[in-house]
Design a protein around this ligand. Structure first.
Ligand code: HEM
Length: 431
């Protein structure tokens, strides 16, 4: 199987990723797909170690160099997420000016310090197990019986369930019962509508009054369970834990809104696209082989060394990089990679392009020091839910491949017009 167009030996790959991945990017945001591809070629690392940084009309500065990207994301003296160009600028218009402190000021430092233990590896594994074991169990049974599973829909239902359970979104049906698939799906699509408001923010993060009003209505709908949860939930529930670690109701509501936008489409995107990559590239066979060997003779791993599924998860995150760009505003003049960036300008870090440049999808690719985990950002805004996201993707891969049987994709449809590229439909069955 040759998932990538082949180039002459020793030459650069013709395309940086699979055709299906490129179709997914183009369906979501055609113009952004062009920026990612062109940016990878023009604003990647330069020979001799000089970083690629280009000014693009209508976008501002762009870079696809992982070193320059990390330099920008970790330099909080000269770059900010709450000025034009950063996601905090969007949120301040929707939630209010208190966001400026909570998302980037001293309040952010305090919030991060206190929320550090919300998504540890252990908590995350527990959250996934509690919220997902039923639907994942059903998917396993369907596959084992020779049936078809639409991973596109399954991922939306799973992530919707996670959000309902994290944010205490009141159940429509029997409050004692877990949410139905339809309820979970509805929670996901409401979060998706909120994220869609940021579509078009590549050129400007200023929102129209209509967009602000629509976003406020969605936030109110999705966070209506937060006050009760924050007051009454037990400390082993996220909202109860927020209260116990000293977060006020306003901070908890802000954090809840942020989790919704940051952790819904991104997770669903990484889950479905990683599964598709494993099938499309044929790497599922390597995964299955390693899982079988591990079952036969469990090997000792050094502390922190990933197992075969965790390694495939990291590789899926690198190659899909669902947060394909990260924006910042320049808050003070600064020299970067031989260029002078002026206060008030904006910069887009093309994380997808920076990450895919390390090579094609290989389920057993070792840790790449040049990218580290740029798919989760860097610096003080490094993804708060990274451990949860990894646990979610791993849980899906286990459900799909633990049986030891390869899968085939019988139909797929990429999501159109979405902030985060992904699959609406990805139907798999046993090969
Ligand atoms: C594959 C899934 C995910 C990816 C690729 C991802 C990626 C990112 C990235 C790149 C950032 C940094 C944004 C910036 O610097 O402007 C970020 C921040 C954040 N993420 Fe994630 N994320 C994922 C899943 C999640 C999940 C599941 C949650 C929680 C439920 C979450 C919560 C957050 C929060 C709260 C922030 C803001 C952190 C801050 O500003 O201090 N993310 N994420």
């Amino acid at each position: 199987m040759t998932p990538y167009p082949t180039a002459a030996p020793g030459r650069r790959r013709l395309l940086p990723t699979t055709r299906h991945e490129l179709q997914v990017l183009a369906a979501a945001r055609p113009a952004m797909a062009g920026v990612l591809l062109a940016g990878g070629a023009l604003a990647g690392p330069r020979p001799g170690g000089a970083g690629g940084l280009r000014r693009v009309p209508g976008l501002g500065w762009v870079t696809a160099d992982p070193t320059v990207g990390r330099r920008v994301l970790t330099d909080h003296q000269h770059f900010t997420l709450v000025a034009e160009g950063g996601v905090g600028h969007l949120w301040a218009q929707i939630l209010g000016d208190w966001v400026l402190d909570l998302f980037d000021g001293p309040g952010h430092h305090d919030l991060r310090a206190r929320s550090r233990e919300l998504f540890t590896e252990a908590n995350s594994a527990r959250l996934v197990d509690t919220a997902w074991s039923d639907p994942l169990g059903q998917a396993r049974c369907t596959l084992a019986a020779g049936g078809r599973v639409d991973i596109g829909r399954l991922a939306r239902v799973l992530v919707g369930r996670m959000m309902i359970s994290l944010l205490g979104i009141p159940a429509q049906g029997d409050p004692g019962q877990p949410p139905s698939a339809a309820e979970a799906h509805a929670a996901f699509t409401t979060g998706e509508r909120l994220a869609a408001i940021a579509l078009g923010s590549a050129g400007s993060t200023a929102l129209s009054p209509g967009q602000v009003a629509a976003a406020r209505a969605i936030v109110a709908e999705l966070t209506r369970g937060v006050p009760d949860g924050w007051r009454d939930a037990s400390p082993d529930h996220l909202l109860g834990r927020c209260r116990e670690i000293g977060l006020g109701l306003a901070e908890t509501t802000g954090l809840a809104s942020l989790l919704l936008v940051a952790g819904t489409e991104t997770s669903a995107s990484a889950m479905t696209r990683t599964a598709a990559l494993l099938v499309d590239t044929g790497e599922q066979h390597l995964l299955l082989g390693r899982l079988a060997a591990e079952r036969e003779q469990p090997s000792e791993r050094a502390a922190g060394e990933p197992d075969v599924v965790e390694n495939a998860v990291r590789e899926g995150l690198r190659v899909t990089s669902p947060a394909s760009v990260i924006g910042r505003g320049v808050s003070a003049d600064v020299d970067v990679a031989g260029r002078t960036l002026r206060a008030g300008e904006r910069i887009l870090v093309l994380t997808w392009a920076a990450n895919v440049a390390a090579g094609p999808f290989r389920a057993d690719r070792p840790y790449a020091p040049q990218t580290r985990q740029l798919w989760f950002g860097a610096g003080r805004h490094l993804c708060l839910g990274a451990a949860l996201a990894r646990a979610e993707i791993a849980a899906l891969l286990h459900a799909l491949w633990d049986d030891g049987v390869p899968l085939t994709i019988s139909s797929r449809r990429a999501t159109r017009r979405a902030l985060v590229p992904g699959y609406d439909r990805l139907v798999v069955t046993r090969a």
